[in-house]
Design a protein around this ligand. Structure first.
Ligand SMILES: [Mn+2]
Length: 269
């Protein structure tokens, strides 16, 4: 019985299967957590989604920006971007079922026994774990509700860039989605920055969200996230675990065994 977390798949199905074989993943006893961005840019997003859906209760996913964008594209009846390589998914006979499977997944997962938060991009430094889970749960219910179309229509846009208890329902939805799925850097005013994607040493004018003092002082809490391939797994904090190591960009796919902290990787093919 083992619990694993794995970084952004982005359609890298071959590497995903090889990595699971390396750790002898057994879906009848093991649990696999995915930090999101299952789809887009890589060669086989369709196979990734079908495989995960068939694993049933042994897989848990926190949605990434690409996953939410896929669901929104479906809801808004739009065509996928060519460079996302999603044409075969959109023409698949089981496309609606795969969208529905993805839509059932939350923005954040709290693992009490590991005192660990799992999410795609990170934890807003304006929130403690309890507030973050409350906001994640509220936003998740909105994109799963009968009003999902309304929320997908209003999901896009960068503001508000800073959290406030005074935000409207739609504003707090957008802030929550952006913080959990798109955040990387913060400005000196603690606003989220959505322009820069490079490694922190190339972006000294901005602060990575996990370097904020409110995050650094979370001593007995771990945060597992993906989304930021240019970190290459480096956060300088053993409790802040970056699992996106850029498989889709020709680097590698990373898997963490939660109990032991053991890292296993599979190079991009
Ligand atoms: Mn992402």
């Amino acid at each position: 019985m083992a619990d694993y977390a794995i970084g952004d798949l982005q359609g890298c199905f071959t590497e995903f299967k090889l990595l699971l074989e390396k750790v002898n993943f057994n879906p009848s006893k093991d649990i696999l957590y995915l930090v999101g961005d299952i789809v887009a840019r890589g060669p086989d997003s369709l196979a990734c989604l079908r495989y995960l859906k068939n694993l049933g209760d042994s897989v848990k996913i926190t949605l990434g920006n690409h996953d939410l964008h896929l669901i929104a594209t479906y809801y808004l009846n739009k065509q996928p971007k060519k460079n996302d390589l999603l044409d075969s998914l959109f023409s698949a006979s089981d496309f609606p079922e795969l969208i529905s499977f993805l839509q059932k997944q939350p923005l954040a997962i709290w693992l009490e026994s590991y005192q660990t938060l799992i999410c795609h991009a990170g934890l807003s430094p304006h929130w403690n774990i309890k507030t973050a889970l409350t906001q994640a749960n509220l936003a998740t219910k909105k994109y799963q509700s009968d009003d999902a179309l309304y929320y997908f229509k209003n999901m896009y846009g960068e503001g508000p860039l800073i959290w406030s208890d005074e935000l409207s329902e739609v504003e707090s939805f957008r802030y929550t989605v952006n913080a959990f799925t798109r955040m990387r850097f913060l400005t000196p005013n603690n606003e989220m920055d959505f322009i820069h994607k490079d490694a922190p040493h190339n972006t000294p004018e901005l602060q990575p969200w996990f370097k904020h003092p409110n995050i650094q002082r979370l001593k007995n809490t771990k945060i597992i996230f993906g989304h930021w391939a240019s970190l290459l797994g480096k956060t300088d904090n053993e409790n802040i675990i970056a699992l996106d190591t850029g498989c889709v960009w020709g680097k590698e796919l990373t898997l963490l065994e939660l109990d032991t902290g053991t890292i296993t990787t599979q190079a991009a093919i």
